[in-house]
Write a protein that binds this ligand. Structure first.
Ligand code: ADP
Ligand code: 5GP
Length: 197
């Protein structure tokens, strides 16, 4: 069986990762969402073990010290990480693993797994990003300000990704991400056939 493809989707907060991924998961088979660990508090409607594993800073530190993570980073003042167990879970399920992670985490994954597919979802403009984040209504005023302040630095790192998809019309962004996944799977398949000779 093929080794899972690592599909990285990064974007500033409010860039549309959750919205685009929901559609992609409904329309592309054999994908598994990587459930990260985080020290941030759950938002309304979020469940431990579904969107994230919510842990306190001491438990997170312990996991980092045990080398439990493929990557981890401090984002918006909280710690987030992708556990190695998520890759094992994808391997056992024979699925490809989708990582919704920040630009720092993406760089760590690409370094360790150069064959990963990396996609940056870019908002059409700062104004649109601000209004989408405000309309989501999930953040306190302070958290909103931090996220918007960090967005600029994250967008500056978009060129590090293999692909930049502008999330203007949702349908277009979803189709483009789907196309990139299909293409990466084909490339992997060709590589496997070639290596078998
Ligand atoms: P992220 O997961 O990257 O933080 P979300 O998926 O929560 O971002 O999107 C932020 C907000 O913007 C949500 O309220 C979502 O409904 C809205 N949104 C996302 N993509 C689009 C789009 N293409 N057009 C209009 N609104 C969008
Ligand atoms: P949120 O708090 O809005 O869910 O996520 C904030 C940021 O943390 C987003 O950019 C998201 O992609 C990122 N993030 C979520 N999980 C991980 C992870 O495991 N590792 C890293 N590096 N970033 C993560």
């Amino acid at each position: 069986m093929s080794e899972p493809l690592l599909i990285i989707i990064a974007a500033p907060s409010g860039g549309g990762k959750s919205t685009v991924l929901k559609r992609v998961f409904a329309e592309v088979p054999d994908l598994l969402f990587s459930i990260s660990h985080t020290t941030r508090a759950p938002r309304q409607g979020e469940q431990n073990g579904r969107e994230y594993f919510f842990v306190d800073p001491a438990a997170m530190r312990e996991l980092i010290d045990k080398d439990a993570f493929l990557e981890w980073a401090e984002v918006h003042g909280r710690v987030y990480g992708t556990s190695r167990a998520e890759l094992d879970r994808a391997r056992s399920a024979g699925k490809d693993l989708v990582l919704d992670i920040d630009v720092q985490g993406a760089a760590q994954i690409v370094k360790a797994h150069p064959q990963a597919l990396s996609i940056f979802l870019k908002p059409p403009s700062e104004e649109v990003l601000r209004s989408r984040l405000m309309a989501r209504g999930s953040e306190s005023e302070e958290s909103l300000a931090i996220r918007l302040r960090n967005a600029r630095g994250e967008i500056e790192r978009a060129p590090e990704f293999q692909h930049v998809v502008v999330n203007d019309r949702l349908d277009d962004a979803v189709n483009e991400v789907k196309r990139l996944i299909v293409e990466a799977r084909l490339t992997r398949r060709e590589g496997e056939l070639l290596s078998r000779g």
